[in-house]
Design a protein around this ligand. Structure first.
Ligand SMILES: [Zn+2]
Length: 491
């Protein structure tokens, strides 16, 4: 029975992978590509932010089903902005305790819909074991104690003392959650993230220990975050060094089997990313200042309590959700957004439809589920208006996607992730949304949008001939993993 190792690399992009392969600088990834199959056109979900994407990967559903709208979103029941941690300035404004509670506890225990199952839960039902190494979405059958470092414990109001979260049989969230078998992982004590062990080095060590312990679970999901951090700082055109470092970790994991050949003989390897990144221009005008654009509205500011506000803005880098709080405010907001030509797409719900307009030109189209057209993924749609707004090409009843891969299901999934009025906006390539306290990436990289730069990820599958649904999508990988496990000979 072959075990599965799933390597999830944050901000893994096919263009950078292919440059590195050409330069012969990523021998580990090249080996897995040569021994297996490679796709350069895997589509991820929208918003292209780790929290919503990982929820889709692990549940095999879009946000309208798993109910995690993005990294930053507004919770109308609690009347608060949910932030799964996107930089210290925001966290300070919202409170470390609240943000830590959202990412460590609420994401898996409360926000992720109880009506979906995770890949870990499904494997457990089938009598298979699994491990989650530093992945942020990990809900499953076993409780794991949270152990915060003393300072963080105090700063977060001691709320995690004696708290536990659910996960598969084996899991780590850096040093915050560590299964017994993974207690002895060396970690450099510098910087906050390094201290907590949410980094590639920790993930590599944990994976090697599992392989060498002879207790490697049937399925292991390993999350590598460092590539994302480096790509935000440098721009994606200069991000090869970051992927070279990831490749060195992958080589170490392959060596843990004795030889690379032995690794692919014993295991199925699946390697993919969560989203891409887009290069951001190196001048102020490449920041679309939402506070300024919406200055005629009463916008809820971070740290404020909801009162007589018009709108809540949740900035997800190259996309944002706007939540109108008053009945008549939505049309006025849309009118104001349309006046900004640096905004690419403005979309909102209308009955069971989605209305889409382009910033500046105001060109419009509508779409809804079911109808005369079928897209290349087999979903049926009705599309009315100028389909070029989403760069769709409809030929003989088939919808083909251009610059916005899987645009209809992804946009629908985001807008129906909550049952309240919400507007989704995206920035054109080279631009990013600016909000007070939020991190900016001028001359660096950023993501969040529907555009292919943020949305296309590589996919490598090695060690099995089992058919992958094509064109590949991240949302279909859970099903692929379960099929591998159901085929007794493959897992
Ligand atoms: Zn990122």
């Amino acid at each position: 029975m072959k075990k599965i190792i799933f390597l999830l690399i944050d901000s893994f992009m096919p263009t950078i992978l292919e440059d590195c392969v050409r330069h012969r600088t990523v021998p580990g990834l090249k080996f897995l590509m040569d021994r297996g199959r490679y796709w350069a056109n895997c589509a991820t979900v929208f918003p292209t932010m780790t929290a919503s994407v990982d929820s889709s990967l692990v549940t095999g559903t879009y946000p309208d089903v798993h109910r995690i709208p993005g990294l930053i979103w507004y919770d109308p029941e609690q009347q608060e902005i949910v932030n799964y941690i996107n930089g210290w300035n925001c966290v300070r404004k919202l409170g470390l305790g609240k943000c830590a509670k959202h990412v460590l506890y609420n994401l898996n225990e409360k926000h992720l819909s109880a009506h979906v199952t995770t890949v870990f839960e499904e494997l457990s039902r089938r009598g298979k074991t699994s491990a989650s190494i530093n992945a942020i979405v990990h809900r499953s059958v076993k409780r794991h104690m949270i152990k915060l470092p003393a300072l963080m414990n105090m700063m977060s109001g001691l709320q995690f003392r004696k708290s536990s979260i659910s996960g598969p049989e084996t899991m780590t969230l850096g040093s915050l959650v560590q299964s017994d078998i993974l207690q002895d992982i060396p970690r450099p004590m510098q910087g906050y993230e390094e201290m907590c062990g949410i980094n590639d080095d920790f993930a590599k060590h944990a994976t090697k220990i599992l392989i060498q312990s002879e207790k490697q679970p049937d399925f292991t999901l390993v999350y590598f975050p460092d590539n994302d951090h480096e790509m935000h700082k440098k721009n994606p055109a200069h991000a090869e060094e970051a992927l070279i470092r990831v490749d060195q970790h992958i080589q170490d994991i392959l060596y843990a089997f004795g030889s690379w050949e032995e690794a692919v003989k014993q295991c199925i390897f699946i390697v993919t990313g969560d989203h891409g990144q887009t290069r951001i221009g190196n001048e102020e005008r490449f920041n679309i200042d939402l506070d300024r654009l919406l200055e005629s509205f009463r916008v809820l500011q971070l740290g404020e309590k909801i009162g007589r506000h018009d709108v809540v803005v949740c900035n997800n880098e190259r996309m944002a959700y706007l939540y109108p709080l008053q009945a008549d405010i939505q049309p006025k907001l849309i009118e104001q957004l349309l006046s900004e030509p640096r905004i690419d797409i403005i979309a909102w719900k209308e009955q069971r439809e989605v209305a889409v307009r382009e910033g500046g030109s105001g060109r419009k189209m509508y779409f809804r589920r079911n109808g005369p057209f079928t897209d290349i993924y087999g979903s049926e749609w009705t599309v009315v208006g100028e389909e070029s707004v989403l760069d769709l090409k409809i030929k003989e009843g088939i919808i083909h996607y251009g610059d916005y891969p899987d645009a209809l299901a992804r946009l629908y999934g985001a807008l129906y992730s909550q049952d309240i009025p919400m507007i989704a906006i995206t920035a054109r390539p080279r631009y990013e949304f600016k909000s007070r306290y939020f991190p900016m990436h001028m001359n660096g990289g950023s993501h969040g949008s529907l555009h292919k730069y943020d949305s296309i990820i590589p996919l490598i599958v090695t060690g099995t001939d089992h058919a992958v649904q094509e064109p590949p999508r991240l949302v279909d990988l859970k099903q692929f993993i379960l099929e591998l496990c159901d085929k007794e000979s493959n897992c």
